[in-house]
Design a binder for this molecule. Structure first.
Ligand code: ATP
Length: 328
């Protein structure tokens, strides 16, 4: 195994009775990558994280995480990983601060640094005022933020974040995104399970999309969009002479499809373009027909477009997971 691989699985499989939650998964994550694990409810994301943490034994296949076998070296591995799941992980009877102190000891945080680290994390996750309240009195979002603080206590080199923004208000969710971006910039490796496609697009170097426990697509969001042929959405604000039909004008422009009035406006036009050349050709045709063009807005295909293309059954050519620049 190459040393740079922080996570490497081969044929990793987990069955629960008749259900194959993770199906012969080959997953590779390199040091410093932020990889989004995406997929519908029940696709196998949480089970994958549990297998990689050694909380769950595989039915078949193998995993190496930071060079460890999660099933045999789980304790050593968890000292170097941070894990945040939706399941509350701090004793409800303790205060938030006492709960963090407990885990600081479990994770071997040097005693001289514990209080400063706890104060820093409580402040970062907006929990300073509630630090001495019992966790049992915390709201769902407060518990989620405490779970994240707990995951970061020992400055782990690898983070597993399972739905880190679940239940958070928009301000707290943005703070979490900023924190993840900061960790990414500092070189932490992150495996992020999320249904929030905008979050994945903003934070992830690469996404891996699971369906029924198997990889159906893997790559940088923009590369996947290009590969799946997701088109650019173009909106044009214009004025045409009465009686001129914009749809008829654009009907023969190569690479332009689904032409419609934008928001039902008479002076707005929306179409899907295969690329910038098709966009330019369409605008040229409109101008040549005497249109006054006020604005042209183009929206590049998003991860959401990719996700829905996959949902419709479209597939990229190469499905096997591989870090960027490394052939599958
Ligand atoms: P979600 O987005 O809803 O969190 P997920 O992608 O994390 O879903 P998993 O929780 O990994 O999906 O579940 C994958 C499949 O395995 C599902 O069919 C689920 O019902 C099943 N499963 C997971 N854990 C268990 C378990 N302990 N016992 C039985 N079946 C399980």
């Amino acid at each position: 195994m190459a040393r740079a691989h922080v996570i490497e699985t081969r044929g990793l499989t987990r069955r629960f009775g008749d259900v194959t939650a993770v199906d012969a998964l080959d997953l590779t994550v390199e040091r410093g990558e932020v990889v989004g694990l995406l997929g519908h409810n029940g696709a196998g994301k949480t089970t994958t994280v549990r297998l990689l943490n050694g909380v769950l034994a595989p039915s078949a296949g193998s995993a190496r995480v930071l060079g460890f076998d999660p099933m045999h070296d789980g304790v050593a591995l968890r000292r170097r990983c941070g894990v945040s799941t939706e399941t509350p992980s701090v004793d409800e009877r303790l205060s938030g601060r006492a709960g963090l102190r407990f885990f600081a000891e479990v994770f071997d945080v040097p005693p001289a640094r514990v209080e400063r680290r706890i104060d820093e994390l409580l402040a970062a996750f907006d929990l300073s005022a509630a630090a001495d309240q019992r966790v049992g009195t915390y709201s769902k979002g407060m518990r989620q933020r405490l779970t994240l603080a707990r995951a970061l206590l020992h400055e782990p080199e690898l983070l597993f974040l399972d739905e880190p923004s679940s239940g958070l208000d928009p301000v707290a969710a943005r703070a979490v995104d900023e924190r993840i971006a900061g960790l990414r910039d500092a070189g932490t490796t992150v495996l992020l399970c999320t249904h929030n496609l905008a979050q994945a697009q903003g934070l992830c170097d690469r996404v891996v999309v699971l369906e029924h426990g198997a990889v159906v697509a893997s790559g940088a969001p923009a590369a996947l969009a290009a590969e799946l042929g997701a088109s650019i959405e173009v909106r044009v604000a214009l004025r045409l002479e009465a009686g001129t039909d914009a749809r008829a004008l654009l009907a023969d422009v190569v690479g332009v499809e689904t032409i419609e009035a934008a928001n039902g406006e008479a002076n707005g036009l929306r179409f899907a373009a295969s690329g910038d050349d098709a966009t330019a050709a369409a605008v040229r045709v409109l101008v040549q027909a005497g249109a006054d063009v006020y604005a042209v807005e183009r929206r590049q295909p998003s991860l959401e477009d990719v996700y829905f293309a996959l949902h419709r059954g479209e597939r990229p050519a190469a499905r096997a997971d591989a870090p960027q620049g490394v052939p599958a």
